[in-house]
Design a protein around this ligand. Sequence first.
Ligand SMILES: [Zn+2]
Length: 97
Amino acid sequence: MSAEIAKLPTEPARRKYELFDDTGFDEVPKKYRKFYRRWGGEGDPLAPNEVLCPVCKIVIRSNRELRPGDRVYCMACMARLRVAEGPDGALVGLVEY
Ligand SMILES: [Zn+2]
């Protein structure tokens, strides 16, 4: 039996996030603004429900905690991203074609 399969019995419940604030991100239609925000650069930590788009450096926000393997869509540059764990343990977005 492979350790790879044994690794994922049941995944712990994800934390949910309420997104109701308009972040002022005006590159997407108003109803989607809460799912994106501008990144403040180094020193602007990302929440567990946020991942940075490596293409346009926009923060994509989810209404639930993100985990490696999740797929998100960046509406600003139309990139499809897969969430992965970076070298420092933080979540990073990898572009999928
Ligand atoms: Zn993007």
